[in-house]
Write a protein that binds this ligand. Sequence first.
Ligand SMILES: N[C@@H]1[C@@H](O)[C@H](O)[C@@H](COP(=O)(O)O)O[C@@H]1O
Length: 261
Amino acid sequence: MEVVIVPDAKAGGELIAEAMAALVRRKSDALLGVATGSTPLPIYEALAAKVRAGEVDASRARICQLDEYVGLPVGHPESYRSVVLREVVAPLGLDESAFMGPDGSAADVQGACEAYDRALAEAGGVDLQLLGIGTDGHIGFNEPCSSLASRTRIKTLTEQTRVDNARFFDGDIEQVPHHVITQGIGTILEARHLVLLATGEGKADAVAATVEGPVASVVPASALQLHPHATVIVDEAAASKLKLADYFRHTFANKPGWQGL
Ligand SMILES: N[C@@H]1[C@@H](O)[C@H](O)[C@@H](COP(=O)(O)O)O[C@@H]1O
């Protein structure tokens, strides 16, 4: 696992956007797995800016989603499908046909989960999967004690996650669904490159447990330690509880430029 400490969220967004742009320059139809929440927004802004500036042609890129609420009406502005179409697909100048996601309104939720895992495999697998992290260490919506081998499936949110996400629903926790579909941890680990961005002091404990704690399902993000190409990018506040912070700084400062992320 590589840990990169950046001064702030904007620098993290720029670094990751450049890694995504470099991937798309190498593989124009790359399948980019995106995450929701507030943290990755600087990545999407930086990548869209590169597209507008002609630094990368993303017209053949494909976008896929990590997770989704179950039971929101189709087209609800806070369904993750709507969020990804609005925050990622449209700003990159892509059409909805470039987008894949699980169907949170399906009558057969389990069938929709299995169909999504199949669709990801048929699309050739995810090239780069962006991840955020919940305050309890969740990735996607894999709450603590999710199986490290799990596939895309339905999960029940913890109260803490519903409280954290109520801000997207007018601060009203009653509007936050209890159930979600999420790529499983086993599914996520199949992506070729995992890139987790965490910013702010509120993520410091989860980041320390992820990077320096044992691999344990009680901290779902710790599964990144099992992946051969995982990059964790944190700002100073999110890095504040890392014992090896100086080592991570030293390693990145001395990294050969050609290596990329
Ligand atoms: N399902 C999403 C996660 O993918 C995201 O990482 C997390 C943190 O969100 P934020 O970045 O807003 O803190 O929120 C939600 O639970």
